[in-house]
Design a protein around this ligand. Sequence first.
Ligand code: R5P
Length: 306
Amino acid sequence: MKPILFPWHCCSSLAEKVAKEIPCEIGRFTQRRFPDGESHVRIQSKCRGREVVVLATLDRPDEKTLPVLLLAETLHDLGAKRVGLLAPYLAYMRQDRRFRPGEGITSGYFARLLSEHFDWLITVDPHLHRISSLSKIYSIPTQVVHAAPYIAEWIRENVEKALIVGPDGESEQWVSEVAKQAKVPYIVLRKIRKGDREVKVSIPDVKKWIAHQPVLVDDIISTARTMTETVGHLRRAEMNPPICVGVHGVFVDDAYKQLIAAGAGSIVTCNTIPHPTNRIDLSQSLAGAVRRQLALKAVRRSRGFR
Ligand code: R5P
């Protein structure tokens, strides 16, 4: 029996691409809210004895997680063999220690919650900083898809004389890999976060790079304060309007507009969270990870990274 893929509403376009690369059926289900705000889930496809993949990217996690867990539990209840979660963006990864007394270490609590309801997890570049791997907090099998080869390919094809700029030490893991694969230089700045929407980024010395095209690369663009601050420095240093590349474009409130207003030349994201800036498609790699997880053969030969 073919596996069955249940895409959360926001993920239908990614689901179509992923499904083309896996021998799977797209599952049908409805999810709605009762008038009192509780969730109602109804599965309309047969899932007994089948491998099930739930595709749900977890931006805006507080509104999405409970309904997604209810979907998973319904699938188990209706006899699915295993229920895996394909979450291109994995939320709650940044609060990975008690920064101030009394705070919760929510990355661990969230990991425990998902591990209780799913049999495996695949995600894209989770924010691993003080935790070395997902297996330290997730008790289910996990796989990580890396966006760096795809970002490097996009830079090679679209940017001449690129200088990759990482806005903070945490970004070095992505920035150095992208720069190596795109065969271009990189610099990494220092950032101090003073609040949710207040960051200070060190002023870069870019005199020797003035003829280069700056490409800021970060894993998450959330309030975009990190990027707007960095774009401001580079513009004041009279560099070209920077291209801003985020693996995950969360873009809270008017973050996108603010980044354009700060002087970004263009903004590009991977399609882990649906947004008009999605230019870098990770569907082949996500499908490859699902096939590995389910020990399936490729549907057909397709170009690009696996
Ligand atoms: C930080 O730890 C991350 O790597 C990003 O730099 C951060 O999430 C960006 O957040 P914001 O867009 O709100 O500045």
